[in-house]
Design a protein around this ligand. Structure first.
Ligand code: ZN
Length: 372
């Protein structure tokens, strides 16, 4: 398993994709660029890293040639209604390129089935809101920077999150090989909903507020989560407080690959996951699991730290939207991990470039000196 970037999920948010309708792809001179393009890109990068430098030059030249050829062929989408390839441009509708499918006779525009369909805002604005969502910026900050109303950005953000959640449902994250599973807790939140606050009999929590009772009470919502070492991460909320066997099975159903080793903290409920697929659950705290270099939960703990920092940046997440945000946490965390992994691959390989530094270098070379 490689540390796969999930940008295909990110791309699909923009491109738009539904289970019940043919997917929007791009038709280019006989090659259909499917949504798995980014997976293919990961594999290509993995292979390219192993090639000697002279072969890399050849690969780059071949890629440049293919790119030059593709630029001469205009990109035309496949039909969003029937998946047909006989598409012709058909003028503009509301300022957007329209297409006509010769197979089914239906027409569509470039944003049909995407989060941007019927939107008054252009691709640039949607891309910025998506970027800010991934950078965990609060909605007010995005709204202010774009000169938009809070509610407009709220709706855009939630459409993007919904698309991300749906995409993850269609292409479930699968944890395999050696994966760490554990749960983390966040305080419940009725942010933005006066009715729900009244039903819960409570005032809104102020930013940074604490639970009213000590310990793990019903005020906490559980996020069941897993991280494959060097691979994907996954988070799902099913209930409050400590999850039962059944809740763990519900959360992880369809997300565990056969023959994987699942490392947990010894909570008995996790053993029930062995009934879901042919996997083995091990308690890292068990006496026989002495090798703490292997039997640990550092990766999942890092992921939990990331989730908590995201919640702080967003100034709390309303509980009812938590699974949408869980999809974002998984996706954003994988990106950070994959970037870190790729960079480490670069700096950990022998190369003609000097990347060895002494402690003296670290303290004395290239320091920033301000003039005033
Ligand atoms: Zn069609």
């Amino acid at each position: 398993m490689t540390a796969t970037l999930p940008p295909h999920r990110f791309v699909n948010v923009i491109v738009g994709k539904r289970v019940d309708k043919p997917k929007m792809g791009v038709y280019n001179g006989g090659n259909i660029r499917r949504r798995h393009k980014m997976n293919a890109l990961d594999k290509l990068m993995e292979s390219a890293r192993k090639l000697p430098e002279e072969r890399l030059v050849e690969l780059q030249e071949a890629a440049d040639k293919m790119l030059a050829e593709s630029e001469t062929v205009p990109l035309v989408p496949i039909c969003v209604r029937c998946g047909g390839h006989s598409i012709v441009r058909n003028g503009h509708k509301h300022g957007k390129q329209a297409y006509l499918c010769r197979d089914c006779g239906k027409s569509f525009v470039e944003t049909t089935n995407t989060v941007m369909y019927y939107s008054h805002y252009g691709k640039d604005v949607w891309e910025q809101v998506t970027k800010d969502t991934y950078e965990r910026k609060a909605i007010d900050r995005t709204a202010k920077a774009l000169g938009l109303d809070h509610h407009v950005v709220f709706n855009m953000r939630h459409k993007i999150l919904k698309a991300l959640e749906d995409t993850e449902e269609e292409e479930p994250i699968e944890l395999g090989e050696v994966s760490e599973l554990d749960e983390t807790f966040v305080l419940d939140s009725y942010k933005g909903s006066e009715t729900e606050r009244e039903e819960a009999g409570r005032e809104a929590r102020k930013h940074g507020a604490k639970a009213s009772k000590p310990g793990l009470s019903q005020e906490y919502v559980c996020i069941c989560s897993g991280v494959e070492r060097g691979g994907d991460s996954f988070a799902r909320t099913v209930n409050r407080a400590v999850p039962s066997k059944e809740e763990l099975q519900t959360a992880f159903k369809g997300h565990l690959l056969p023959r994987s080793l699942l490392l947990c903290d010894g909570q008995s409920g996790y053993k029930a996951l062995e009934g879901l697929t042919d996997c083995r659950v091990e308690n890292v705290n068990a006496e026989e699991n002495q090798d703490k270099g292997f039997y640990h939960l550092n990766h999942i703990n890092n992921f939990h730290g990331f989730i908590k920092s995201c919640c702080r940046n967003f100034r709390g997440v309303a509980t009812k939207y938590l699974n949408r945000y869980n999809a974002l946490f998984s996706s954003a965390y994988q990106q950070c991990e994959a970037h870190a992994h790729n960079f480490f691959e670069i700096i950990s390989q022998c190369s003609p470039f000097q990347r060895h530094y002494s402690n003296y270098d670290v303290r004395n070379h290239n320091l920033l000196v301000l003039l005033s």
